[in-house]
Design a protein around this ligand. Structure first.
Ligand SMILES: C[S@@+](CC[C@H](N)C(=O)[O-])C[C@H]1O[C@@H](n2cnc3c(N)ncnc32)[C@H](O)[C@@H]1O
Length: 336
């Protein structure tokens, strides 16, 4: 599923950058929304084309420091907002000709390296995993959720076959003391009956917790819905995913709105086309050999994109129903 996240990674590379640029065609100008600014890799490349404007978001306040320098350099053409992409609809975009909305999901190298974020299973100290603008940490989840809830998180967000034993041992251990990152690693090691020597024992359970703490499923679903609304006709929605759950959601959303009738029946006749999106490539684009050898963690990246066929923003999708079981699991966090 996920590429193992360890703090031994060396440097941040904007994944599939050339491919993203060739899909969104910034040479023709327009406004681009970079929903995952990170280190600004995509944004900086787009700004090299002088008829472009970029509005970038990131939930991590650390990104703002890099963004401030760019705001000085490109005063008229670049703006940064520290918000989550599920809130894309709060951007005031009436006058903008939005030609591209891009998502590069996951975490940047600096976030993985940041000991305070505790994203990696080789971090020392408090369990955290919050990227920014969160309501609870992994420590609260591990120490407060009940056994069944933890089991579901490991099973559905990490595909962790032994989630049941891990959850049972967490509940047993936390009676004695608060569980920190290395405490959790030890519990996972002791819970595993089937050892896998190729992947670290903690990979799947840690992925599951990160998804839960950052509500990545609902973030992605509402991010996609809002992105589809703000795009203008012929605009491109492009998403890079890093694990199979994310890819499944993106694939479903694109297929749902490009194959079945998706334009709302209330849409004015003049705007009516059968579907909202045009899906030119069914298979995802993946990194080529050069990128893989320069940046091995890119091996799990998949890029999918669609082109919007109309300016109208009203459409029908059942994506929330389709992934309701996962949204319900994320909602266990409401009591934390
Ligand atoms: C893989 S990095 C993006 C790297 C970027 N493309 C670059 O070239 O530097 C992903 C970024 O998305 C941000 N992020 C993740 N989920 C988010 C969300 N729901 N809303 C806004 N930003 C989010 C993370 O904080 C992180 O900085």
């Amino acid at each position: 599923m996920d590429a193992a996240i360890t703090s031994k990674m060396q440097k941040h590379y904007p994944v599939l950058l050339k491919e993203i640029i060739s899909i969104i065609s910034p040479q023709y100008g327009g406004t681009f929304i970079d929903c995952t600014f990170g280190q600004g890799g995509y944004t900086k490349k787009i700004l090299e084309f002088d008829k472009t404007k970029v509005i970038a978001l990131d939930r991590d306040p650390e990104s703002e420091k890099i963004a401030l320098k760019l705001e000085d350099e490109f005063e008229e053409r670049f703006k940064f907002r520290n918000i989550k992409f599920s809130q894309l609809n709060n951007l005031k975009l009436k006058k903008e000709n939005v030609k591209g909305v891009i998502f590069d999901l996951g975490y940047s190298y600096t976030q993985i390296k940041d000991p305070n974020k505790g994203l990696s299973f080789d971090s020392i100290g408090k369990l955290n995993m919050q990227l920014g603008l969160n309501s609870y940490s992994a420590e609260e989840a591990i120490n407060k959720l009940d056994q069944k809830e933890l089991e579901k998180i490991f099973k559905f967000f990490g595909d962790e076959k032994e989630g049941k034993y891990i959850a049972r041992n967490i509940v047993k251990e936390r009676v004695n003391k608060k569980i920190d990152t290395q405490g959790l690693v030890k519990i996972i090691d002791n819970s595993k009956r089937r050892k896998n020597f190729r992947v670290n024992n903690s990979t799947k359970a840690f992925q599951a917790l990160r998804i839960f703490v950052n509500k990545e499923i609902s973030e992605l679903i509402y991010g996609l819905i809002n992105a589809a609304k703000i795009l203008k006709k012929d605009g491109v929605l492009a998403v890079v995913t890093f694990h199979s759950l994310e890819d499944k959601i993106v694939k479903y959303f694109f297929k749902n709105l490009s194959e079945n009738k998706s334009i709302s029946r209330y849409t004015p006749l003049i705007e009516q086309t059968d579907t909202l999106f045009h899906l030119t490539k069914k298979k995802p684009i993946t990194p080529n050999e050069d990128e893989l050898s320069e940046n091995p963690p890119s091996r799990s990246a998949k890029l999918r994109f669609v082109v919007k066929k109309t300016d109208f923003f009203d459409f029908e999708t059942d994506i929330e129903d389709q992934f309701k079981n996962l949204i319900d699991i994320e909602n266990f966090g409401e009591k934390l």
